[in-house]
Design a binder for this molecule. Sequence first.
Ligand code: UD1
Ligand code: UDP
Length: 366
Amino acid sequence: MTSAQLAIVLGTRPEIIKLAPIIQECRRRDIAHTVVHTGQHYSPRLTEVFFEELQLPSPDHTLGVGSDTHGEQTGSMIAGIESVLLDVDPRTVLVQGDTNTTLAATIAASKLDVELAHVEAGLRSDDRQMPEEVNRIICDHTADQLFAPTTEAATNLRDEGIEADRITVTGNTVVDALQRHRRIALERNTLPEGLGDVPGEYGLVTLHRAENVDEPERFADILSGIDRVARAFDLELIYPVHPRAREVLSDLPVPDTVRPVEPLEYLDFLRLEAEARLILTDSGGVQEEACVLGVPCVTLRENTERPETIAVGANRLGGVSPERIAEAARVVLAADDEWDNPFGDGDAARRILEASAATPAREVVQ
Ligand code: UD1
Ligand code: UDP
């Protein structure tokens, strides 16, 4: 049996990006930790490239669960994570965000009565149709330590009756990652020629929410909306296609203004984000990054669990109808593009590890 203070469980692209600063900080401080990759994402462009670029060692445990129905996928992950936890015997299991990986680790940790820490706690879209909303609520109400990125997220947790002494406002590790990589991303030139060559002359699009891309009619409406934006503002729209969207997209008419490309590495994507005139997205992490980088954003959804981005004027809900998307782009592009970053100062990983270490180990009831 090996012993690690922290078992960090991840499985998707955004979890690797947002947990990388915490893993790096563990390495710097010599905190014993083990990294478990569930294999929820497995395409090299959604996994390996991020470990390489973010200079992370390969995960200590890989479960290889792959894609399946929510139940099958989550069930396999629970069994796999449980077996690793029995072997590793960590003091704390640390998870991030709201994916099925997060949910599986939450259940595995709670059944073994291992302390659970949730990074990016307290986000709420108030839309329980989203699998992510259910995942994050279950995780928040199970976790012993809740690391809220903003005071608004902490307030959501308090409003649901979670005790204040379990909550720490830390900022979002997305800022830690951006601060570390932004300059490198802008200096290096690994994008293919012709892709985002002229800053400010293109828009950047991402789409992967089940509710947007699984339904061809809705997906087609969104494409038509972003085409209107491209024509109104004379922008080419670069669209790195998430694998979830690939098949449905291949049966839809893609407007000439939209240029689908393979999913990009983090640094290439960051450079395109930083120099875009506008970002159109249904991604959570991309809404945050646009806000921190000072690039106007239209969110292609009816709601967001990142209302801070809207409050500061960086983001606007465009919904999924062509008219509303075009209108949201007009408003956000006409607005003042100076706003405050609501996601913290880039020191979230340190705060999370210090708060975690300061919490006395939980007494385990046998
Ligand atoms: C998952 C998360 C979502 C997160 C997103 C980040 C859940 C419920 N959803 O969505 O919250 O925003 O990751 O990108 O956990 N596929 C591949 N290769 C892969 C992974 C997936 O081709 O490496 C395809 C498969 O067809 C699969 C589909 O994408 O069925 C969906 O994958 P899944 O992991 O279930 O959800 P995501 O849409 O990626
Ligand atoms: N991202 C990337 N390459 C891409 C698209 C996105 O590196 O082609 C990064 C982006 O910088 C952000 C993260 O992936 O940090 C967002 O992941 P995703 O949109 O898949 O998930 P979400 O944040 O919605 O959960």
